[in-house]
Design a protein around this ligand. Structure first.
Ligand SMILES: [Cu+2]
Length: 132
């Protein structure tokens, strides 16, 4: 009898957790998306290749739409260069961010680089901007 009650109680708890938890998760996810959409910025984290490189290393955007990238130099001083669209953020000091803005007018894959010698593998610190 008591075992049945305990099972019942656990079942109710599980159902409650799903009923409350799932909409909560969906709501916070949507709130997060809306906030990101409002600011219209894409956060790009720069780390040395040894520590994982760009995150994300592949950024997908749309042709003709203004792109705002907030570059965070997480571990050491980094740069951000996207020569095809005339973007050069200069040196971004450790722990600080810089926002670059541009409007891609061509479709294709365009490499972006770090412009500051950040580690022995600095030359390998590359990512791709995909314009659709
Ligand atoms: Cu570098």
């Amino acid at each position: 009898m008591t075992t049945v009650k305990r099972v019942e109680r656990i079942a109710v708890a599980v159902v409650l957790a799903i009923l409350v938890g799932v909409p909560g998760l969906v709501f916070s996810y949507q709130a997060l998306r809306a906030r990101n959409g409002q600011r219209g910025e894409i956060l790009v984290v720069a780390r040395t290749v040894e520590r994982g490189g760009w995150r994300p290393a592949r950024i997908v955007v749309r042709r003709g739409q203004t792109v705002k990238l907030r570059i965070l130099a997480e571990d050491v001083t980094h740069g951000f260069q996207l020569l095809h669209f005339g973007v050069n953020a200069g040196a971004i000091k450790t722990g600080t961010t810089r926002v670059v803005e541009f409007t891609p007018d061509r479709v294709g894959d365009f490499p972006f680089y770090c412009s500051v010698r950040c580690s022995p593998l600095h030359m390998a610190l590359m990512g791709t901007l995909v314009v659709e």
